[in-house]
Design a protein around this ligand. Structure first.
Ligand SMILES: *Cc1c(COP(=O)(O)O)cnc(C)c1O
Length: 425
């Protein structure tokens, strides 16, 4: 039994006790809604930190002042701009600095990593992923498999929920790994499923994969900035994430890449190369023959897109100030409060029949709840949108909502409940 209470007074009291409450004021809240916004789509595009303007403006001003000389003479020289992001990003994903680089976009990075870490042979050629993975990941895997001369049917193993269930059982993933022990080359799963919000035990999956001789990587689009990650300690081989969901770093913003240090002394590892992955000391001698940098930086192709990185820097500083442990503690409580409110309405209101398909166990989820609205259609979603709720609708009747602990409040959650009840009328 929880001690939560579905009242404004209670929600405000919780906010007053919230050690992270001051961070709400760091963000711009959308103004397009008729009623005051309740922004629950930080899992799709995080809100803009107020300081982002200042960070981008600094680079624009330096560009205006220095032109090309800004590569070395800007306040934060562009030549090595990604280095300003490394330490803070590494903290967010639980990695050593040398294991992380911020560069390119997410799907690009997935491909670059798969080029190195999906090396199928006649014997070992399969890649394991979750069923209904994010479409971009599906296309990436399908094209990688074909690129190596295999068909998706023979090479891709998808593990899905059992009939009548919504979540994927961990035992089924482990069994699929066992069943394909001799033919499995690589595992590539979304650490948090974008649709159900299910968090997978990455440490366990990594160990199981390694036990059969497979390489293990994760797409952390819905995990970075949401889940406490320990990529280094979990011995994950590779990972990539985007910075514009929970990490609030501008639409289409730069992505992160992780390569475990056990691979850093493998210059012969096949990869698609570009000049920014070339050994920094001798890069500008522009000699033929690619010599990769050690560590994750050796996977960079291009010079830094500084404006997007300035936005990422602004946001990473806020994460550094707030701390992942504090964020995770608030995330669990705020999400549990949201769960309580939804269930409370479902119990009291005859018109409501909500089923939360996201795991109940806080160790198997992050900030997102996916609600199956039985007997309700798009009308309900349109109604709550009119009340100021910004959420995500998936046909035929799933509402995905994500209270981001950095800027969402307990009052937001209470008001969401009010909007939901009103929307049922
Ligand atoms: C958001 C998301 C993407 C988006 O990829 P981009 O290359 O940034 O457009 C890819 N995969 C997953 C799992 C996502 O959640």
């Amino acid at each position: 039994m929880s001690n939560y209470n579905n009242s404004l007074e209670y929600a405000r009291q919780k906010d007053a006790q919230d050690p992270l409450r001051k961070f709400r004021d760091e963000f711009e809240f959308p103004t397009f809604t008729e009623n005051e916004v309740i922004y629950f789509t930080g899992n799709s595009l995080g809100l803009m930190p107020k300081r982002t303007r200042e960070y981008i403006n600094r680079e624009l001003n330096d560009w205006a002042k220095w032109g090309v000389e800004g590569h070395f003479d800007a306040e934060r020289p562009w030549f090595a701009y990604h280095e300003f992001l490394t330490e803070k990003a590494a903290k967010v994903v639980g990695a050593k600095n040398s294991e992380v680089v911020i560069t390119h976009s997410l799907t690009t990075n997935l491909h670059l990593l798969l080029v190195s870490f999906y090396r199928p042979t006649r014997q070992r050629f399969k890649i394991l992923c979750e069923k209904k993975a994010f479409p971009s990941d599906q296309y990436a895997l399908e094209s990688q498999v074909k690129f190596h001369g295999f068909t998706p049917e023979e090479a891709i193993i998808e593990v899905g929920p059992r009939d009548g269930e919504h979540l994927i059982r961990e035992e089924d993933i482990l069994k699929a790994i066992e069943d394909n022990a001799d033919s499995l080359a690589t595992i590539m799963i979304g650490g948090v499923n974008y649709y159900t919000g299910q968090l997978f035990d990455m440490e366990k999956i990594t160990a199981a994969g390694h036990k059969v001789g497979a390489i293990v990587g994760f797409d952390l689009a819905h995990a970075a900035g949401n889940i406490k990650l320990q990529l280094h300690d979990w011995k994950v081989d590779f990972a990539a994430w985007c910075s514009y969901k929970y990490l609030n770093s501008s639409p289409g913003g730069v992505s992160g890449m992780f390569v475990h240090e056990k691979h850093e002394f493998e210059p012969e590892l096949p990869r698609f190369a570009g000049w920014w992955g070339y050994d920094k000391e001798t890069r500008f001698q522009m000699k033929p023959g690619f010599v990769p940098m050690k560590g994750a930086e050796g996977w960079q192709l291009s010079n830094a897109p500084v404006l997007g990185m300035a936005a990422h820097l602004a946001s990473l500083e806020i994460f550094d100030e707030a701390g992942m442990d504090n964020l995770c503690a608030k995330r669990d409580d705020l999400t549990a409060y949201l769960e309580f409110i939804i269930n409370d309405i479902s119990e009291r209101n005859d018109k409501a029949n909500f089923e939360i398909i996201t795991p109940k166990d806080k160790n198997q989820r992050g900030a997102q709840l996916s609600i199956l609205a039985h007997g309700q259609g798009k009308q309900l979603f349109d109604n709550i949108s009119k009340e100021g709720v910004v959420a995500d609708w998936r046909e035929p009747n799933v509402i995905r909502i994500a209270p981001a602990p950095l800027y969402n409040s307990y009052e937001d959650v209470y008001r969401f409940g009010q909007a939901l009840e009103k929307g049922l009328e």
